[in-house]
Design a protein around this ligand. Structure first.
Ligand code: ATP
Ligand code: MG
Length: 420
């Protein structure tokens, strides 16, 4: 019997896996340059953290969580998202009592029991960033700009930014009520009617055409913002404009999580079909209190690594810069030459040259085939005659040119040639 990866999951295998690494690097580099520190939290948490921190009425909590009882009788959930865990960790370690904002980022696996399809998996990967403890439109703008910078550094040109404000505790209730009045008059199924009562903003996010068709005249949150929220949103918008970050106002943009307030945004890519969101985020000023902490405003985003790779492929940017291959491939004939080559490879790698060798005692022909397959630029061949001469053959695998180089000069010679 042979096993397959579980439904809704897949393996990242070389060389495509290089793209996942490239996305993680590209999305985290800008935040690291902006003073965000790396946090790593457990892959599972108490179920109640997500139930309260993400919200009972969300799709995530109501249908997508991997929840189980552990052997100690605790209810445990594999994390479906990163913000609740991050805020939990920040509070647990008292970062709210230190210099603010507390800026952190994370990268890892997330789990949602979803209807599996392209771009929607049960195990997926995100890079996220959060800034806690300060409510300042410059912080919202900073985070958005950093994500935009990350996408741009990958060479992506088709990522669009959608921006909205969801208002605050002062103005949201009136908007919520107006929206409920509107939605109650529509022709909706029972589950959606229940949602109208529980979380009416989420109905605006309904993807079904029969629902969408009725939402045309829905009241817009941006028409109901209080003066403070309006001013805040204007400032975020103008900071983004000044920073050259293009965005489109989307007054219908709401997000799946209950805890968002004010700034809300999504990065979408049109090459991905219906799974178009490559990332999203926003401000979540009420979250800390929801999970039992002090008032602690926050803003952050999470980028979907898997979908960002699909976006790279959709734009034809999929050729991995390094396919996991090596620059130098070693071939040795005889045990003594092999030992020498083994040490030489270590030296090369320490000098920053990527290097591999033929393993498993293949003959010269088989080993040279390995060299060609490796994609290396040079082969280093040590035969018995070379050994006696204290040299190795350095072969340019593209041109076929080959010359003897004294062993003591191999590392510097190759390093020089490879950086030309
Ligand atoms: P969607 O509307 O597509 O379900 P979401 O609002 O549930 O997205 P978030 O919780 O905001 O997504 O997660 C941030 C990002 O993580 C998404 O924009 C997406 O790129 C990625 N993501 C979310 N769920 C999945 C999944 N099941 N498989 C792959 N990527 C995902
Ligand atoms: Mg979702």
């Amino acid at each position: 019997m042979s096993f397959q990866a579980p439904k809704g999951t897949f393996d990242w295998m070389p060389p495509r896996s290089e793209l996942a690494l490239a996305v993680r690097d590209a999305m985290s580099a800008p935040v690291r340059r902006a003073g965000y520190g790396y946090v790593e939290t457990p892959t599972f948490e108490d179920t109640a953290l997500f139930a309260r921190g993400v919200g009972e009425s969300t799709d995530i909590v109501s249908k997508e969580m991997y929840t189980f009882e552990d052997k100690g009788g605790r209810s445990i959930t594999l994390r479906p998202e990163g913000t609740a865990s991050t805020v939990r960790a920040v509070l647990q370690h008292g970062l709210q009592n230190g210099p603010l904002p507390a800026k952190v980022w994370y990268s890892g696996s997330f789990f949602r029991y979803e209807r599996a399809q392209k771009g929607r998996y049960r195990h997926f990967s995100q890079v996220g960033a959060e800034a806690l403890g300060v409510e300042d439109p410059a912080l919202d703008a900073e985070l958005i700009q950093l994500a935009a910078e990350g996408f741009a550094s990958l060479g992506l040109t088709g990522v669009r930014l959608l921006l909205n404000s969801l208002g605050c505790a002062a103005c949201r209730p009136a908007y919520r009520a107006a929206l409920q009045d509107f939605l109650r008059a529509l022709d909706l199924d029972d589950a959606t009617r229940a949602r109208v009562e529980l979380n009416p903003l989420r109905v605006l996010d309904d993807k079904r055409p029969e629902v969408r068709a009725q939402l045309g005249g829905a009241p817009l949150v941006t028409d109901h913002l209080c003066e403070a929220c309006k001013g805040y949103h204007e400032e975020v918008r103008s900071l983004l404009t000044d920073a050259g970050v293009a965005f489109a106002d989307d007054p219908r943009l709401v997000r799946g999580l209950d805890y968002y307030t004010r700034t809300t945004f999504e990065f979408v890519h049109d090459g991905l079909g219906s799974q178009s969101a490559v990332g999203g985020g926003g401000r979540y000023d009420g979250l800390s209190e929801m999970i039992g902490g002090p008032p602690l405003p926050g803003v952050g985003w999470a980028i979907g690594v898997d979908r960002t790779v699909l976006a790279l492929e959709a734009e034809g940017l999929a050729a991995p810069r390094s396919s996991g291959g090596v620059q130098v491939y070693g071939v040795a004939l005889g045990d003594e030459a092999r030992r020498l080559l083994f040490s030489l490879l270590i030296e090369l790698r320490r000098a920053g040259v990527t290097a591999d060798m033929a393993f498993g005692g293949k003959g010269l022909k088989g080993a040279m085939k390995g060299a060609d397959r490796s994609g290396a630029t040079y082969a280093v061949i040590i035969g018995e005659r070379d050994l006696a001469a204290g040299a190795a053959q350095v072969k340019d695998l593209a041109s076929g040119e080959q010359a003897a180089v004294p062993l003591a000069e191999i590392v510097t010679t190759l390093k020089e040639r490879l950086t030309q």
